[in-house]
Design a protein around this ligand. Structure first.
Ligand SMILES: Cc1cc2nc3c(=O)[nH]c(=O)nc-3n(C[C@H](O)[C@H](O)[C@H](O)COP(=O)(O)OP(=O)(O)OC[C@H]3O[C@@H](n4cnc5c(N)ncnc54)[C@H](O)[C@@H]3O)c2cc1C
Length: 179
């Protein structure tokens, strides 16, 4: 017997032999390729989005428990609606949607790109550190990582964080050398 996953419509099966179990799956499974589309959109900065730490409650590590303040603005919702339209258009041009596969806004944090908790900037009133990662008002504290990215991004952030960390490291070297 030969079976295996048939290729896209009109192309032959791979013709490999397989077990009775996989032969049964090959009969019930939809053989068409399934594609998942994800649209990332930049989030508008809200001054009140922040992480605060509880004075009373501790987390699982015994550290002050964090609390995340985060919300979408009207502009964010408009961009998300536009992204849903675009992804639907692209999906329709590629093929048929699966039942329940309509675009939806994923829960906050789903991108895994948490940013801006110690944002850098030029104004101590609206940022935590300067452009070299030096925390305002503390001479010997330099921060790095995604937290310093204080502006909207849609693409993956790690390369940006790494580039900023290199710049901060150069500033630390200058501080140590006293230049
Ligand atoms: C599944 C997954 C896939 C991802 N894919 C991508 C991708 O393709 N491209 C991309 O750009 N980004 C991706 N990211 C995001 C990427 O991982 C982050 O952007 C990046 O790791 C952030 O770097 P960071 O230095 O800011 O934080 P982290 O990498 O989280 O580093 C923080 C460090 O601090 C340590 N730490 C925390 N608390 C303490 C403490 N109290 N004392 C001492 N140390 C502490 C932690 O152990 C950790 O090592 C992905 C993330 C996930 C989870």
């Amino acid at each position: 017997m030969s079976c295996g996953s048939p290729g896209p419509a009109g192309t032959p099966s791979t013709g490999r032999s397989c077990s009775p179990t996989s032969a049964r799956w090959a009969r019930v499974a939809d053989p068409r390729p399934l594609l998942s589309l994800t649209w990332y959109a930049a989030k508008e900065i809200r001054a009140r989005d922040r992480v605060t730490f509880s004075a009373e409650r501790l987390d699982a590590y015994g550290m002050p428990a964090p609390r995340v303040e985060y919300g979408l603005t009207r502009a964010d919702r408009a961009i998300a609606a536009r992204a849903a339209e675009l992804v639907s258009t692209v999906a329709a041009s590629l093929g048929e949607a699966t039942p329940g596969g309509e675009p939806r806004l994923l829960p906050a944090g789903s991108s895994l790109h948490y940013q801006g908790t110690v944002r850098m900037g030029d104004d101590p009133r609206t940022s935590v550190c300067d452009r070299d990662g030096r925390v305002w008002g503390v001479d010997n504290l330099v921060v790095g990582g995604n937290g310093v990215i204080g502006w909207p991004t849609a693409a993956n952030p790690t390369l940006t964080s790494a580039a900023l960390a290199v710049r901060s490291a150069a500033a630390v070297a200058r501080m140590i050398q006293g230049v």
